[in-house]
Write a protein that binds this ligand. Structure first.
Ligand SMILES: NC(=O)c1ccc[n+]([C@@H]2O[C@H](COP(=O)([O-])OP(=O)(O)OC[C@H]3O[C@@H](n4cnc5c(N)ncnc54)[C@H](O)[C@@H]3O)[C@@H](O)[C@H]2O)c1
Length: 359
């Protein structure tokens, strides 16, 4: 890929602001086009970006001055936008999840292989110093052979702060597909690929009430489980236990813990780039913080896109479509297992990308 990377952004809602900020600070990229179903949002974004034109979605996907499409639409639109971009020979980097269904995600990667374009996918937070330092501890054998991990995401629901939270309660949403990508991607970074899963789910209420913005007071129908829990069998033999819920209030449990033969590791929030890992050695006196020793420091969402754009020929993106596909199979496997009551075996696996050097 050349040096002036021309980006077309589709979807200019809540999360787009942080991406636009990250990209504005990158000298080797230019946002040439923006599009949203809501034309006013595209016009507003174009107004603040001298290099960008507001276009229709179809015109952006076909545009000659766009090399890569940054897909920040809602989950239900991820696959259509990605496939549209690939059909026009463009690389794609998208928000999580890669798609709502595993079949759609597989199709995205198949189409990209045929077209010879790259696919990257959030979360890129796992490339930050928090998760990468924790992984460096595991990789160095400092807690011995990893036996198990726990991961927990507890929140009372995004309708308390998001002005348009409908998608969180529709197929493709729910706590696992929404927040699970951070935790499951971190667990794959820490403990490697997963071979099978067992899941269970429940839902507290059939409606949620929007608390903020123009639609405050409006009810949103809940179409998916709002509490999802499960067990991941890693190929290494380690077992991870995950809980993701929109039905709880708060937790004091660390976001992730890894337990090894010789010690335990407390892992910072995988929804953030930084945060401190700490280790409790077997026979030691307590938790000892680990200074950052791997990962990208001081960055924000968009780092994975820049990594994809700047990767030398032949080197895949660190926040890759392949990882996102495996993570999606794990998550949809947990949901399928919750529905059927049976264990679900994975059909995909993935190689962990190399540890990210401290930068
Ligand atoms: N809100 C957050 O804090 C957050 C954090 C990390 C990741 N994400 C992810 O980012 C994505 C977007 O979330 P958001 O909070 O910005 O949502 P949002 O609803 O605020 O914004 C989504 C935008 O996409 C547009 N859109 C929807 N379908 C489209 C289509 N087919 N074509 C063109 N535009 C379309 C909508 O009009 C809207 O402007 C989701 O995948 C979400 O999981 C959100």
């Amino acid at each position: 890929m050349g040096s002036a990377h021309r980006i077309g952004v589709v979807g200019l809602g809540f999360i787009s602001a942080v991406y636009l900020e990250t990209l504005a600070a990158a000298p080797d990229v230019e946002i040439t086009a923006v599009a949203d179903l809501d034309r006013a949002r595209a016009d507003a974004a174009a107004g603040s970006l001298p290099s960008a034109r507001a276009r229709s979605v179809d015109a952006l996907l076909a545009a000659d001055d766009v090399d890569i499409v940054l897909n920040l639409t809602i989950p239900a639109a991820h696959a259509d936008i990605a496939l549209g971009a690939i059909a026009h020979g463009k690389h794609v980097y998208g928000e999580k999840p890669l798609a709502v269904t595993f079949a759609d995600a597989e199709e995205i990667l198949r189409a990209a292989r045929t077209a010879g374009v790259r696919v990257g996918c959030a979360p890129d937070t796992v490339l930050g110093t928090g998760i990468q330092t924790a992984r460096a501890v595991v990789d160095a054998g400092e807690i011995g052979r990893p036996i198990a991990a726990t991961a927990q995401m507890v929140t009372p629901g995004h309708e308390r702060w998001h002005p348009n939270p409908d998608f969180y309660y529709r197929p493709g949403g729910g706590p696992l597909l929404d927040m699970g990508p951070y935790y499951v991607t971190a667990l794959v970074q820490l403990l490697g690929p997963v071979t099978s899963v067992v899941g269970a789910g429940s839902r507290l209420r059939s409606e949620r009430v929007i608390a903020t913005g123009d639609r405050a007071g409006q009810a949103v129908r809940v179409e998916v489980d709002s509490h999802v829990t499960g067990i991941l069998h890693h190929a290494s033999g380690a077992l991870s236990t995950i809980t993701t819920t929109f039905d709880g209030t708060a937790t004091q449990a660390p976001p992730i813990e890894v337990h090894g033969e010789n010690g335990s590791l407390s892992v910072p929030d995988p929804n953030h780039f930084d945060g401190e890992a700490s280790v409790h050695e077997l026979g030691g006196d307590g938790w000892v913080p680990v200074p950052p020793r791997a990962g990208i420091a001081g960055t924000a969402r968009g780092a994975g896109l820049l990594d994809l754009l700047r990767a030398p020929a032949g080197v895949g993106p660190r926040a890759s479509g392949d990882i996102a596909l495996h993570v999606l199979e794990i998550m949809t496997g947990l949901l399928g297992s919750a529905a059927s009551g049976s264990r679900v075996d994975m059909t995909t696996t993935v190689e962990r990308p190399p540890l990210v050097p401290l930068a």
